[in-house]
Design a protein around this ligand. Structure first.
Ligand code: CA
Length: 359
């Protein structure tokens, strides 16, 4: 019997019979309250919205049977502690970026973004229609977790710098906030790399603790105020061409849920995934125009040679990881041919159209 049918039938029986503690207990056990810790400050309404939208859509789909209380970074656990907090079962759910956890296993990088990798549309194709979800499951299962795509920023910006970047040599000693495999690439290029959660970056940049940072793009970066403390704003975000955020669920909790609730969590996450990309796409250009109208910021694009150098480091890192990490190698063997194949088609479809349209 489907859970909802059961509740309706139980309700009918309960209404027509005398009080039944068993019926009451059964009806109650079909309602769920979960806590969701996140990596985001509330001020970043688009990315924090990935979490609140997952909760909202989940309540809608289950007609209120699943309630999720969403906590911003720092309210219960730090922004970079979400993975452990859900893995341990301290909280049932989390919303975070898998690449914050490349220190646990480099393979987590695939499920947010790999430098010079997939854009949002291509990442969704790999996860939702290719083998991405099954490979993500295999990785997360080892830490008692399951995760679903629940937000994407689209191609990010390359970041904010306090000086011009003309070649990779300009990165020597540069203190930059940049997480994930992009951070490893910058480190290889000579930068001093730091990983800070979103709410911690402004102060570090303002006080000169870091010389450069990346976050997301104009809409978020304006909220965080980077345009008031850094002069050069670079495109494109080579390190994050389509970063995906995830709804994480403790796997023991997930496995204990009725199938329709499991389905609802996945569906709500997918809806939040679409909504976040739509929000960023709809808002970024207005924010960029406001930033540029302020007059303090110079918009630049990275030189091609610089990007080629960083792409070379990226390929080196992927090969090194594949040589020492079996699961990483397995994912790379699936991900790379997928990337090459979808790029070949996008060359004559998406790119061919945009090349003409934006000329
Ligand atoms: Ca970023």
């Amino acid at each position: 019997m489907k859970r909802r049918d059961f509740i309706k039938k139980a309700g009918l029986v309960a209404a027509s019979a005398s009080f039944s503690p068993l019926m009451f207990a059964n009806a109650q056990s079909s309602r769920f309250r979960f806590g969701m810790v996140t990596s985001w400050p509330t001020a970043l309404d688009t990315i924090f919205g990935g979490a609140t939208n997952t909760a909202k859509f989940l309540a809608e789909i289950t007609q209120g049977d699943v309630e999720v209380e969403v906590f911003p970074a720092g309210a219960q656990v730090g922004g970079l502690e979400v993975y452990d907090a859900v893995s341990s079962g301290a909280f049932e759910m989390g919303h975070t970026a898998s690449y914050y956890y490349v220190g646990k296993d480099f393979a987590h990088g695939f499920f947010t973004s790999i430098p010079f990798g997939l854009n949002a549309q291509q990442h969704n194709a790999w996860v939702l229609s290719g083998n991405g979800q099954a490979l993500w499951d295999e990785l997360n299962e080892r830490d008692n977790l399951i995760a679903f795509p629940a937000g994407n920023t689209g191609v990010q910006m390359g970041g904010w710098f306090n000086k011009e970047i003309n070649s990779a040599a300009d990165l020597q000693g540069l203190k930059m906030r940049i997480p994930g495999i992009g951070g490893q690439v910058m480190s290889r290029a000579g930068a001093n790399v730091q990983v800070l959660a979103g709410g911690e970056i402004f102060q570090a940049l303002e006080r000169g603790v870091i010389d450069a940072t990346e976050w997301v793009g104009p809409y978020d970066d304006e909220i965080l105020g980077f345009n008031t403390v850094a002069k050069f704003y670079y495109a494109p975000g080579w390190h994050e061409p389509g970063p995906c955020l995830g709804t994480y669920v403790n796997l023991d909790t997930y496995n204990s849920l009725p199938e329709d609730v499991q389905d609802a969590i996945r569906t709500a996450s997918h809806a939040a995934n679409v909504q976040m990309l739509a929000d960023y796409d709809a808002r970024n250009n207005d924010a960029l125009q406001r930033i540029l109208a302020g007059g303090n910021v110079e918009l630049r694009t990275f030189p091609t040679e610089y990007l080629e150098t960083l792409e070379g480091f990226t390929d080196e890192i992927l090969e090194e990881q594949a040589a020492s990490n079996q699961l990483f190698a397995k994912i790379l063997d699936d991900w790379r041919p997928f990337r090459d194949s979808i790029r070949a088609f996008h060359d004559i479809s998406e790119k061919a159209f945009l090349d003409y349209a934006i000329r």
